[in-house]
Design a protein around this ligand. Structure first.
Ligand SMILES: [Zn+2]
Length: 260
């Protein structure tokens, strides 16, 4: 049986959050990767193939706990990290079919995080070895059909999880919808994490307004090639960089209630 999704007691501390997160994985005291383990890289992710139209399903936005609790539950907010924040993240060493997969996924996530860091918009991702110091952790979510990974939106939880699923490790050669682009899911994991970390930074899907509703508003430009579209493999575009800098440069909106 899967662990219940709604906890009767919300975690009040990082330690409680860690216990709950690990309980949901069906285990306790999972270790995170150390800096030395990360260096035993099984192989460089291969070059990124040309963008094709093959799409994949990202479930970050269809988990009602993720979207409804932020967009609706907090009453029409646009969640964002405080400008200047550092988002620490750890990566589990355990819970994968083997530790080579854990190290490969962790390195793909680090490369994706570094590519967002290079955008220089005022918020940084920072890998840490200890779960106690992390705002989120990368975990293996086993088989979820055609879903590759999922993430979360900015929130006040003491520990969030970015999930990577078995399909993301698939090494079958695939051809994009254009009939030309060849890739393997395993080789484009970094790109998948670029998309998921976009959610972590508060970005909705490019087509969210038209197809998903739930309080999405469009700021700045529309770009069908956005890393937040379902074009495959996803890749950070110049428009994504420009708009993210503008988003994190916006002053905070403050709603006042008229005292009638
Ligand atoms: Zn997504």
């Amino acid at each position: 049986m899967a662990a219940p999704k709604v906890f009767s007691v919300r975690p009040g501390s990082k330690q409680e959050a860690i216990q709950q997160a690990q309980k949901s994985l069906g285990t306790n005291a999972m270790a995170t990767l150390t800096a030395d383990q990360l260096k035993t890289k099984p192989g460089e992710p291969k070059g990124v193939p040309e963008t094709s139209e093959l799409s994949y399903t990202c479930i970050t936005e269809i988990d009602p706990e993720q979207v409804a609790s932020i967009v609706v539950g907090l009453d029409r907010t646009i969640p964002r990290w405080k400008p200047g924040s550092v988002i620490n993240y750890a990566t589990y060493a355990d819970g994968y079919p083997n530790q080579e997969d854990a190290i490969y996924a962790a390195n793909a996530l680090i490369e994706a995080a570094d590519s967002w860091n290079a955008v220089d918009f005022g918020v940084q991702f920072n890998w840490v070895p200890n779960l106690e110091d992390a705002a989120f952790v990368l975990a293996y979510g086993k088989d979820k059909g055609s879903v590759l990974a999922s993430a979360y939106f900015p929130n006040a939880e003491p520990l969030n999880t970015v999930w990577v699923y078995s399909f993301a490790f698939d090494k079958e050669p695939r051809v994009g919808r254009d009939g030309v682009t060849k890739f393997k899911n395993y080789e484009i994991m970094k790109n998948v994490f670029q998309h998921e970390l976009g959610h972590v930074l508060g970005l909705r899907h490019e087509f969210a307004i038209e197809r998903e509703g739930a309080g999405a508003v469009r700021l700045f430009s529309k770009d069908p090639n956005s890393v937040m579209s379902y074009l495959f493999p996803p890749e950070i575009q110049e428009s994504d960089k420009k708009d993210l800098r503008a988003f994190y440069g916006l002053p905070q909106l403050v709603d006042f209630v008229p005292d009638n």
